[in-house]
Design a protein around this ligand. Structure first.
Ligand code: UD1
Length: 419
């Protein structure tokens, strides 16, 4: 198994560019199944989740070329294979289920295994299925396989009990091909959904209200090919900003958008970190000791759950007590045990973690239990005294594009070893 050995880093400095967003790329890749015409997707990073999604699309019969160096995908039509029940790729990522909406829209049928993903909670798909049923699909779930069939999809009013990102995307992907108007209430408003709608609109879809809680979709019988550049990854940008903050650095994150990172920037400022909008991105400096803050994860525009673990590493070395409350996923404190191994003083009380900042953490042998927990450990390791060995790197590679290389570009010393 591959491991990183991360050495203590004093004040990261310099500049680094943000890659294309994983969470925007995955639904956009599902959307290419909505047309037989060629599509070109650029700024598509070669993450392992992206590659798993491309394998799934190949299993669905999509013809494509993916140039990893140029980070560009060119699609060339597809054979309508809607039965993906035997797919190996589908089990590797939860977002595999996003092809369900697109397949249902174009083939009126989809057969898929229940989705996999990080072990951060039970992650049901009831809201996706509720939306499909409302659009007129018959849904059967048995033996770990989901079968969806519809004679015709019909536009309707759908209320989501929770603004689920995946359910909003899946319903959008199905509703663009439905007959008539769909009004989706309590929809998720994440920037990645806005990027998906930008792509669907270029394909000819009629959609309004993206980025708000009510999205209206006028169905169309056929969509066309389109060219699209994936938006910058706000979670990667946030992770790199925290790397600058935890090391007391002076860094420029090129391509990072202040608009997409509002709550993260607000919390960093409360922690005594200076953030300025620059022409090319976001400039961060930190001189004094980090101050503690309380934070609660929430759907957008609240604090993103994907940055909860990385931010906790920062709070672990702040001067005082912080309370971090996770409201989106029920099991997203897997990093706490590993941070404790490094000397952090954190106790979990139900859905909150009480973080008593320590003067410094110490290097230890730790495991990346999930994607964002892995990033949190990389950040903690930069601040820790001595060397930290982080195992199970597969999780980090699922969603970060060469994170270790980008940190090294800012002056970190990280080695990769193979066992
Ligand atoms: C997406 C992101 C993930 C991020 C999450 C929340 C992608 C590929 N992944 O995941 O990085 O952490 O949004 O911002 O974009 N839920 C239900 N029923 C459902 C669907 C969801 O109860 O049918 C619950 C989940 O269990 C979870 C919460 O809703 O507790 C949020 O999930 P959701 O917004 O759907 O996240 P994902 O789309 O899986």
């Amino acid at each position: 198994m591959d491991k990183y050995v991360v050495h203590h880093a004093d004040s990261l400095s310099g500049s680094v560019s943000v890659s294309g967003s994983k969470n925007a790329a995955l639904p956009i890749l599902a959307a290419v199944l909505l047309t037989q015409e060629p599509c070109t997707i650029t700024n598509l990073p070669p993450l392992s989740d992206v590659k798993s999604m491309l394998c799934l699309l190949q299993e669905a019969g999509l013809a494509y070329q993916y140039d990893e160096t140029k980070e560009t995908l060119q699609t060339n039509g597809w054979k309508c294979n809607f039965d993906l029940s035997q797919s190996q790729a589908a089990g590797k990522l939860r977002a595999s289920f996003l092809v369900a909406g697109a397949l249902l829209g174009t083939c009126k049928e989809a057969v898929l295994p229940m989705p996999g993903g990080c072990p951060i909670g039970s992650r049901p798909i009831d809201l996706h299925l509720k939306g499909f049923r409302k659009l007129g699909a018959k849904v059967d779930v048995s033996g770990g396989i989901v079968t969806l069939r519809a004679k015709e999809l019909k536009g309707t009013a759908i209320y989501l009990d929770f603004p689920s990102v995946g359910a909003t995307e899946n319903i959008l992907l199905a509703a663009v091909s439905a007959k008539g108007k769909t009004v989706l209430e309590n929809a998720a408003a994440e920037p990645e959904i806005v990027d998906l709608v930008r792509f669907l609109r270029k394909m000819g879809a009629h959609i309004s209200g993206e980025g708000t809680a009510t999205i209206t979709i006028e169905g169309k019988s056929a969509l066309c090919g389109a060219v699209h550049q994936i938006m910058p990854d706000r979670i990667e940008a946030g992770t790199l900003l925290i790397a600058g903050a935890i090391t007391g650095g002076d860094i420029l994150i090129k391509g990072a958008s202040v608009e997409d990172l509002g709550p993260v920037i607000a919390k960093l400022r409360e922690c005594n970190v200076k953030i300025e909008e620059a022409a090319e991105g976001i400039h961060l400096t930190r001189k004094g000791r980090l101050r503690p803050v309380d934070l609660k994860t929430m759907p957008h525009p609240g604090f993103p759950t994907d940055l909860q673990a990385p931010f906790m590493s920062l709070l672990a070395v702040a001067k005082g007590t912080s309370v971090v409350t996770e409201t989106v996923f029920e099991n997203r404190f897997l990093h706490v045990g590993e941070l404790r191994r490094m000397g952090a003083d954190i106790r979990i009380d139900s859905r909150s973690a009480v973080v008593e900042g320590v003067e410094e953490m110490k290097g230890a042998k730790v495991e990346a239990t999930d994607l964002r927990a892995g990033a949190a450990l990389m950040l903690a390791a930069l601040a820790a005294k001595g060397d930290t060995e982080i195992g199970d790197l597969g999780h980090i590679r699922r969603g970060y594009d060469h994170l270790e290389e980008k940190l090294c570009q800012l002056g970190a010393k990280i080695e990769k070893t193979e066992e």
